[in-house]
Design a protein around this ligand. Structure first.
Ligand SMILES: [Zn+2]
Length: 333
C-alpha cells in the first residue's frame, strides 16, 4: 500500500519534472502546476535554490524581504517537522526558521484547494490551498455540528474555559479563507485554545493580506498525529505569499493542540483536569532525528542533535536508512 503510494508519487514527480522542462522551454510565466496532486509531498525533492531559478520569481521587482523557498517541490509536511515540540506555554513554535516547506515549482496564481482523503483511522491529512479572493466565502458559515472528527468528545469545563467547551470542530483551512464548511476532510478535534489563541491570528493575517492586496497565498495546514492517536498533537501551518515572494506573508509554525489546565489523552480524546500537585510528565518521543545537512540520524535523546531547522523526522530506523542516512556514532540509534 505504502509502496504503491510512493510509486505514484515518484511517477507524478517524474511527469512534473518533464512538464516543468517543457514549460520553461515555452517561456511561460509560471512553472507551477495547478494540479494540487503536484503538491503531494515527496521525499525526492531536489535541492534547488529559489534565487537561482529565474522562473521562480513573480514578475515583480525583487522585494527587499524576499523569503526564498529552499526546494523545488514540497517536503512532506509530516516529515518536515522535527519531534512534536514540547509545549512550554506559548501557543505556537516556529519551525524551519518560519520558512514553509513549499516547493518553488508550486508557486502559481491559479486558485486551488486540496483536502487529503481520511486515513484508515478516519483522520484528516493536510489541507492545501492557494488562498485568494476568489476562494473566500460570501456567505456566513453554516452548521458543522454533524461532523464528528476523530477523537471527538463534547465536554465542557465551565470554570476553566471561557467558552466552556474543550473541543471545537476545528477547520484546517479556516472558513474565512476558502469557504469550506462541513467538509470532514477539513475538520479536526481541536482545543478552543488551539483554535482561537493558536490558529486564528495566523488565519487573520492571511485574510487581511489577501483582502488588501488581491494577491495569492500558498497555505497548507497539516494535523500532526503521534502514532495512532485520534487527536492531533498540533497542526503545522505554512503560508507564503506568491506575487511578492513571501514579503507580505511567510510563516511556518507548529500550533499546539492543548488547553491550559486540562490534560488530554490524545489516543482517545478523553480529558481531565490537571492535577496541580503532580509533577509534569516526562515526555517521551518516538522515532529518530536526522540531520538534513550531514545526513546522520540520532536518537531524540542524543546530545548532538542538529539545529531545529536542519532536523527531519523518521518514524522508524528503516525509514532513516532507506533515505540514505547514517547512524550517529555517539548515540547509536
Ligand atoms: Zn547521535
Amino acid at each position: 500500500m505504502k509502496k504503491r503510494f510512493f510509486a505514484t508519487v515518484l511517477i507524478t514527480v517524474v511527469i512534473l519534472i518533464g512538464l516543468l522542462r517543457i514549460a520553461r522551454r515555452e517561456e511561460s510565466q509560471f512553472v507551477g502546476s495547478s494540479d494540487p496532486k503536484g503538491a503531494v509531498p515527496t521525499p525526492l525533492a531536489t535541492e534547488t535554490d529559489a534565487a537561482e531559478d529565474p522562473q521562480a520569481a513573480a514578475p515583480l521587482p525583487e522585494p527587499e524581504k524576499t523569503q526564498h523557498l529552499d526546494q523545488e517541490t514540497s517536503i512532506p509536511p509530516s516529515a518536515s517537522i522535527p519531534f512534536i515540540p514540547f509545549f512550554s506555554g506559548a501557543p505556537y513554535q516556529e519551525i524551519n526558521g518560519s520558512i514553509p516547506f513549499f516547493g518553488v515549482s508550486e508557486l502559481t496564481t491559479e486558485a486551488f484547494e486540496y483536502y487529503s482523503p481520511l486515513d484508515e483511522l478516519g483522520r484528516c491529512g493536510f489541507a492545501y490551498a492557494n488562498i485568494c479572493e476568489e476562494l473566500m466565502p460570501t456567505e456566513p458559515r453554516g452548521e458543522i455540528g454533524m461532523v464528528k472528527p476523530t477523537g471527538w468528545h463534547t465536554v465542557r469545563y465551565d470554570d476553566l474555559i471561557e467558552d466552556r467547551y474543550l473541543f471545537n470542530r476545528c477547520h484546517l483551512i479556516g472558513y474565512q479563507l476558502a469557504g469550506e464548511n462541513a467538509n470532514p476532510q477539513n475538520l479536526i478535534t481541536g482545543t478552543r485554545y488551539m483554535n482561537v489563541v493558536g490558529m486564528q491570528p495566523f488565519e487573520d493575517r492571511v485574510t487581511e493580506y489577501v483582502r488588501r492586496t488581491g494577491n495569492h497565498v500558498l497555505y497548507r495546514v497539516t494535523p500532526i498525529f503521534s502514532g495512532e492517536n485520534l487527536v492531533a498533537s498540533g497542526v503545522l501551518m505554512e503560508a507564503y505569499s506568491v506575487e511578492d515572494a513571501g514579503t507580505g506573508v511567510t510563516f511556518c509554525v507548529f500550533i499546539f493542540n492543548v488547553q491550559p489546565g486540562i490534560v488530554i489523552d490524545y489516543a482517545s480524546g478523553e480529558s481531565s483536569r490537571e492535577d496541580p500537585e503532580s509533577a509534569p510528565e516526562e515526555r517521551t518521543v518516538e522515532g529518530y532525528i536526522g540531520n538534513l545537512r550531514s545526513q546522520v540520524f540520532h536518537l531524540p535523546t542524543c546530545p548532538n542533535l542538529p539545529a531545529l531547522k536542519n532536523q527531519i523526522i523518521f518514524l522508524t530506523r528503516e525509514e532513516a536508512v532507506d533515505a540514505g542516512y547514517r547512524a550517529c556514532g555517539n548515540c547509536h540509534p
